[in-house]
Design a protein around this ligand. Structure first.
Ligand SMILES: Nc1ncnc2c1ncn2[C@@H]1O[C@H](COP(=O)(O)OP(=O)(O)OP(=O)(O)O)[C@@H](O)[C@H]1O
Ligand SMILES: [Mg+2]
Length: 591
């Protein structure tokens, strides 16, 4: 659509790639020298770069040599020499932008370059992955490269913080060597490493926990310096507004709920009639005016005087007016007590069950909602009104969205197979530009356009039909879905159709690699799962094996409709789910 514009201005990515050519030439010119270095001399390069950085050379100045060193370290240790296009991608990541690289182009290896260069500053560098398995795999795979350069690598995952140590052998004896050398350490030590791999969740929650500690020494993170976000569209766009929340019970149930429940019982409430909208002549006996329709209740002057005199009688510490600054918290209890007393009625909005608990009644369906509580202290106020046990409040102790977390890094970069279509959002929200990196070899994969169906059932029927055909001809199929439910539904449909397959969904990341590898071998198994197909790692090896006539079917709606792309079937079905705000991820303070 904008091709003519690009022709006039030149494709911005192509221009950028061109601009980087002289740097690439510099790196390549150093290759022979670096190949001639002994292992020790190569390792000493890091100290040399650090010294020169201290003396005032910039990371940009050091880039060609640092990249040459990292390429040489990778060649020696893991037998992979960064391709030229990977060098370019590394430079893009160093500049704090997003490198769009096709799937399988080697993003894991690319990241070593900018991580190494930015770790020279000694302030830490983070590689953010979508799940714990990919953190351990990526860090463990590249561990030997960093070790050869004299750097330490840590991993932060949910149940483990560890440092890469080639000497260490995990007692679990993973079949995959790359997972076997993580020596458990304190979380703080994993963050002290030159480079740290971890998920967005773990980094985010550690940040929140650090904000709750009493002593600065208890913090595990250092100031957020540099991060590369892998699968950046997934983490920074799809999950941008997902809040991370740490909550916990308040110290103790507050007695003020009981005090105010008692106080408001003595007030005379008058319903506001629709006519006296202007409120001209308020009933002189009214302490409180309430409006059921608009769900508001307000005390009158007279009511406030009454409340204050009762508080004075009950508590000698109470002085002045309830609206004085020193009494600010009291108005919160008064408001809740008034609502509980005059707007929330037993057996209407809630019931009191035989266990003495307040259970909310859904106002639309009339169904009970056990376990749900009104927020901001209202539930406690109702408990006090009914004279049942007032439960401790569950208060939000700390909260942040991914968007706000990642914006705190001094420098942020990202990589993914699909960023260009989201470039405006990246630019607007994160000030991140996207550069498309050319593939190492010309693309042979055929990307088919989306097919749009009127209903989800019609879509799934067509998917099953196509899979059955491909399977009959002996071609392996990888089927991606957006949720566990969908993968299970498709699993049922495939069963019914008698098509052999394997199912993978959330929480089986490690098994995933194995199943996919089997699929590549047998040529008949059909792995199918939720959102996993472009999420890196070992899918690679299997993909290689599946090359003979591989076919990937995505029964998956594009999570976001992008300009120029058809809307997916899900958005068109009559029972399509309405947009919902992302569910928060919560954690207790100890979790
Ligand atoms: N320079 C290289 N030389 C040899 N092999 C390479 C090179 N770069 C990458 N590879 C291989 O390519 C495969 C894909 O790498 P990787 O998983 O990092 O790709 P990716 O871009 O992250 O893909 P995905 O989109 O699946 O996450 C790996 O098996 C890796 O060893
Ligand atoms: Mg990857």
């Amino acid at each position: 659509m904008f091709n003519w514009l690009r022709k006039i201005g030149g494709d911005p990515s192509e221009r950028e790639i061109k601009r980087l050519q002289p740097i690439l030439a510099q790196i390549n010119a150093l290759e022979e020298d670096y190949q001639a270095l002994s292992d020790e001399a190569l390792r000493d390069k890091t100290a040399e770069f650090r010294g020169r950085f201290e003396e005032g050379e910039s990371l940009d100045d050091l880039l060609p040599e640092a990249f040459a060193a990292a390429r040489e370290a990778a060649r020696r240790t893991i037998g992979k020499r960064h391709y030229d296009v990977q060098m370019l991608a590394g430079a893009v990541l160093h500049s704090g932008r997003i490198a769009e690289m096709r799937t399988g182009e080697g993003k894991t290896l690319v990241a070593t370059l900018p991580l190494y260069l930015n770790a020279i500053e000694g302030k830490g560098a983070h590689l953010v992955t979508p799940n714990d398995y990919l953190s351990r795999l990526g860090g463990g795979w590249m561990g030997p490269v960093y070790t050869a350069l004299g750097l330490t690598v840590g991993v932060i995952s949910h149940e483990l913080a560890a440092l890469y140590d080639a000497e260490y052998a995990d007692p679990l004896k993973h079949p995959d060597e790359r997972l076997n050398h993580w020596r458990p350490v304190a979380r703080r030590d994993a963050y002290q490493a030159d480079i740290t791999y971890g998920t967005n969740n773990e980094f985010g929650f550690d940040y929140l926990r650090d904000n709750m500690v009493w002593e600065p020494e208890q913090k595990v993170q250092r100031p957020l310096h540099y991060a590369i976000v892998d699968e950046v569209d997934n983490i920074l766009v799809d999950e941008a507004r997902t809040p991370l929340i740490i909550s916990g019970p308040a110290e103790e149930a507050n007695q003020l709920y009981g005090v105010f429940a008692m106080v408001v019982k003595n007030l005379v409430a008058v319903a506001k009639s629709q006519e006296d909208d202007k409120n001209e002549d308020i009933d002189p006996n009214a302490d409180v005016i309430f409006d059921e329709k608009f769900r508001v209740v307000t005390p009158t002057e007279r009511g406030i005087d009454k409340v204050e005199s009762m508080l004075h009688q009950m508590n000698a510490n109470f002085t002045g007016s309830i609206y004085d600054p020193q009494n600010a918290v009291l108005t919160h209890y008064l408001d809740n007590a008034l609502k509980a007393q005059f707007l929330f009625h037993r057996d209407d909005q809630y019931i009191v069950n035989p266990d003495g608990e307040i259970v909310i009644v859904d106002e639309f369906t009339g169904r009970l909602m056990p376990g749900r509580r009104y927020s901001e202290g209202l539930h406690q106020a109702i408990e006090a009104k009914e004279g049942v046990h007032v439960q401790r409040e569950n208060v939000t102790l700390a909260r942040i969205t991914f968007q706000n977390y990642f914006r705190m890094y001094e420098k942020l970069a990202g990589m993914t197979g699909t960023a260009w279509t989201e470039r405006e959002e990246f630019q607007k929200i994160y000030d991140l530009d996207v550069v498309i990196i050319p593939t190492h070899r010309p693309m042979i994969r055929a990307d088919q356009p989306d097919l749009v169906y009127k209903t989800e059932d019609a879509k799934f029927d067509a998917v099953i039909e196509e899979i059955a055909e491909l399977n009959a001809s002996g071609r392996p199929v990888l089927l991606g879905t957006t949720s566990v439910e969908k993968s299970e539904h498709l699993h049922e449909l495939l069963e019914r159709r008698g098509v052999p397959h394997e199912v993978l969904n959330a929480k089986q990341h490690e098994r995933e690699a194995w199943v996919i590898a089997q699929a590549g071998r047998s040529g008949r198994d059909l792995p199918e799962g939720e959102g996993h197909q472009s999420r890196g790692g070992d899918a690679r090896a299997a993909r290689g094996r599946m090359a003979a006539g591989e076919r990937e079917v995505r029964a998956r709606c594009r999570p976001r409709s992008a300009p120029g792309r058809p809307t997916c079937a899900r958005h068109r079905t009559s029972r399509g789910a309405p947009h919902r705000p992302p569910a928060p991820r919560s954690l207790g303070p100890s979790g």
